[in-house]
Design a protein. Structure first.
Lengths: 566, 203
């Protein structure tokens, strides 16, 4: 077949800047839209968190009434999970995965745009409850019967249902896109076991989204029918079963936990090798551990339901403990990577190491909660709140910030300021531990979650005050971050193509990359093609299978063109 | 970027059309979407089985309402299963490049799909109980209703295929949209067989 050359077709016609961003189907622009959108929702949900912590600082109701408080923690949880962490990591995946695969774009660029634009729509619908007599107020888990039309008569819960269904649809479409991209768009030589770890984690995450999110959609629709059309799925007075909601919610909700953490693990696994100047220790073990977590995540949901008395405790306790094994393997992957590495403590690296330590604490409290005797005592206490914030915030959100500092130079061609970044990290890290570590003790001494007030005699006052101070420190730490981003846009240090001496293909193109991503691709003989490009092919020569695998792909070989479905 | 040592560099075109071997990308996308739909119906079936298992009394339409019309539902099942065959005849036709046959079989499939939907609406009008009449009514209408909505979605897809066939957009080499819609249509058919067996036959 004749060799086809690519004619760059950009800049041949002009569009306004706004129209260009509104109508873009470029995975890089969509990725940035995802990230910017996520940070707006992060700030909104963060303000709600400050409201919660302010109210809890001292006993008594000083600022809000109980109902406003309920709305605040419901919106905080829902928005943080569904409109900040997942979309922020999806945004980085959108930007980085095609680059790391050596692909020009995602498999379905227009579906990609659709799955982004459903997000702000869904998020605003969820928030719009505040305009119509109050937002949803039954917690992000939406347990029946708190959500039925008797206890939650307002339209806020309906908007929450509709908004979440839209966000879920966006996730599912995104997952289809990622899986198709990873299986069909890899550059020649990029075999599955040469894919960067981040791509692997995005692949497993996408499979979890694809199989778990539709179940939540089914539950949300059932709830909507109960509330609006007189259905009786979850209403025990007419034959329904409120526990059914918990099964459906957590059948989605536990894979959801891994949907939130796996891409952040991928981010960290990209950053640690680069700034340790070593390959990732145990690449294949990490891949198989990721797959194992994905598989096991569907068999542990009822550990959220031990105290209902409706589930078989030994099974779910055992399976939950089992999932600690692949997670532990990853811990050793990361420690082995750091071990005797030439560590460069950049801000991205600090956030990655912060992830390791904080996620470890969250993981350990997680294994504690998997044991029914402990769980029976601390169910629905602040111990659980501490645990989930150590994995979601100490884990995933640290991952989001690590990714921001690591990939910002690739996205905008300028490096974020390092000293300012370190100021951000240390205030953030200390504030995080001040805010959430005391919650372990609060939970063990019996403070229930989701209360707006507590007795001055309970002995919880000092720790609550410490926690509130920590929450405000986290808020303050965002200020140097924002200054950093703005200052870097105005006058940042130019990054060049490869500021970190990276291993993976995104550093083989310009910063920012051209719309078509690559003028040419380096040869791909390992999961670190760029490292071997810079430092020679000694390692690749030891792999005789290379030539054989390469046989299927000749440069310039244009294969059949399928028509477009969409 | 410019400083790369000369060597075995690939032209970008190789990356763009890579992945042409094996299943077309659009078809893989449809298969993945169907996988998520399977889980969606899995969730709805779970609600049905849970309600069935936790109900101690008799299971079925509320007292005073009509019994389910198994004969009508069986006829509708036959129609939908037949439409799966006609759809597949259309796919085989376009694989041979026979657009005339594709037009005919897609048209017949669309008519059968619409017949199924009309039959289901007629069935609803005759039952005499609603979605608010107990947990059987709720699960019955949710399962059959969401299946009906998916048949409707498939019928929209078939209409698009028919319109594109009339404009001569498909050929033996270029017809992945037909394959994708047929896959979806078979899926909808299989879901109905599961719904019919669960609600009407096994109870």
């Amino acid at each position: 077949m004749a060799t086809t050359t690519l004619e760059p077709r950009t800049a041949t016609y002009r569009r306004s800047w706004v129209l260009d961003w509104l109508t873009t189907v470029d995975h890089k622009k969509i990725g940035i839209l995802y990230i910017v959108n996520s940070f707006f929702f992060f700030f909104a949900a963060g303000i709600l968190a400050l409201l919660i912590r302010t109210e809890l600082a001292v006993p008594g109701l000083q600022f809000v009434d109980a109902d406003t408080y309920n709305q605040a923690f419901t919106m905080h949880g829902t928005i943080m999970l569904f409109l900040f962490i997942i979309p922020a990591l999806s945004g980085f995946a959108n930007y980085i995965v095609p680059l790391q695969l050596g692909a020009p774009d995602m498999a379905f660029p227009r579906i990609n745009a659709l799955s982004f634009w459903l997000l702000p729509l869904g998020g605003l619908l969820i928030f719009s409850g505040y305009l119509f007599g109050g937002a949803a107020a039954e917690g992000w888990t939406g347990y029946a019967p708190l959500t039925d039309d008797q206890f939650a008569p307002g339209v806020g819960t309906d908007l929450w249902i509709i908004g979440l269904t839209l966000v879920g649809t966006a996730s599912i479409l995104g997952a289809v896109n990622f899986i198709a991209t990873i299986f069909k768009m890899r550059a020649p030589g990029m075999t599955l076991f040469r894919m960067p770890i981040f791509v692997w984690t995005v692949l497993v995450t996408a499979v979890l989204i694809l199989l778990a999110t539709p179940v939540l959609a089914a539950g949300l629709i059932a709830l909507f029918i109960d509330r609006n059309y007189g259905g009786s799925f979850f209403d025990p007075t007419v034959g329904g079963n409120p526990i059914l909601w918990q099964h459906i919610f957590w059948f989605f909700g536990h894979p959801e936990v891994y949907i939130v953490i796996l891409p952040a693990m991928g981010v960290v696994s990209e950053i640690l090798p680069v700034f340790s100047r070593k390959p990732l220790f145990g690449y294949k073990a990490f891949v198989f551990a990721t797959i194992a977590i994905g598989l096991l995540s569907f068999s542990v949901w009822a550990h959220h339901m031990f105290t209902t008395g409706a589930v078989f405790l030994p099974f779910f306790s055992f399976m939950t403990a089992l999932i600690g094994i692949p997670t532990g393997i990853k811990m050793f992957n990361w420690l082995g990577t750091l071990w005797r590495g030439k560590l460069l403590l950049t801000t991205a690296m600090l956030f990655a190491i912060g992830f390791l330590s904080m996620f470890l604490i969250g993981g350990i409290s997680g294994v504690m909660l998997a044991s029914p005797p402990i769980d029976f005592h601390v169910q629905d206490t602040y111990f659980v709140v501490a645990h989930l914030h150590y994995v979601f915030f100490g884990g995933s959100v640290f991952g989001v910030f690590a990714a921001t500092y690591y990939w910002f130079p690739k996205m905008f061609g300028r490096k974020l300021n390092e000293p300012l970044g370190k100021v951000h990290f240390w205030i953030h890290f200390i504030g995080f531990n001040l805010a959430f570590f005391p919650m372990h003790q609060l939970g063990l001494s019996g403070m229930p979650r989701r209360i707006s007030d507590y007795s001055p005699d309970a002995g919880w006052t000092i720790l609550n005050m410490v926690s509130t101070v920590g929450a405000f420190m986290i808020a303050v730490s965002i200020i140097p971050f924002l200054i950093n981003v703005i200052a870097t846009f105005i006058n940042g240090e130019p990054a060049g193509d490869d500021p970190w001496e990276g291993n993976t293909l995104e550093w083989a193109t310009t910063s920012p990359p051209p719309p078509y991503n690559f003028d040419r691709l380096p040869p791909i003989h390992s999961e670190r093609p760029l490292f071997f490009l810079t430092h020679g092919h000694g390692h690749a020569a030891e792999r005789p299978d290379d030539l054989e695998e390469e046989g299927g792909h000749k440069p310039g070989d244009v294969e059949r063109r399928d028509d477009d479905l969409v | 970027m410019q400083a790369h040592p000369a060597g075995e560099e690939h032209a970008p075109a190789a990356a763009i059309q890579h992945g042409g071997s094996g299943m077309p990308t659009a078809l893989l996308g449809m298969l993945l979407f169907i996988a998520s739909e399977v889980m969606f119906f899995g969730g709805l079936f779970a609600t049905y089985f849970n309600a069935r298992a936790t109900t101690s009394g008799p299971w079925g339409p509320p007292e005073g309402a009509h019994e389910l019309d198994i004969a009508l539902a069986g006829a509708l099942t036959a129609i939908l299963v037949a439409s799966s065959f006609t759809m597949q005849f259309g796919v085989w036709a376009i694989r041979r490049g026979d657009t005339g046959k594709l037009k005919m079989w897609t048209g017949i499939t669309l008519i059968l799909g619409v017949l199924f939907l009309l039959g289901q609406l007629y069935d609803y009008s005759q039952l005499g109980f609603g979605i608010a009449d107990g947990v059987f009514g709720t699960t019955f209408y949710t399962l059959t209703g969401f299946h009906g909505a998916h048949v409707f979605g498939g019928a929209v897809g078939l209409t698009i295929i028919l319109a594109r066939t009339l404009r001569g957009q498909f050929s033996a080499r270029n017809h992945v949209a037909v394959e994708a819609v047929s896959m979806y249509w078979h899926f909808v058919d299989v879901v109905w067989i599961a719904v019919f067996s669960t609600i009407y036959l096994l109870r």
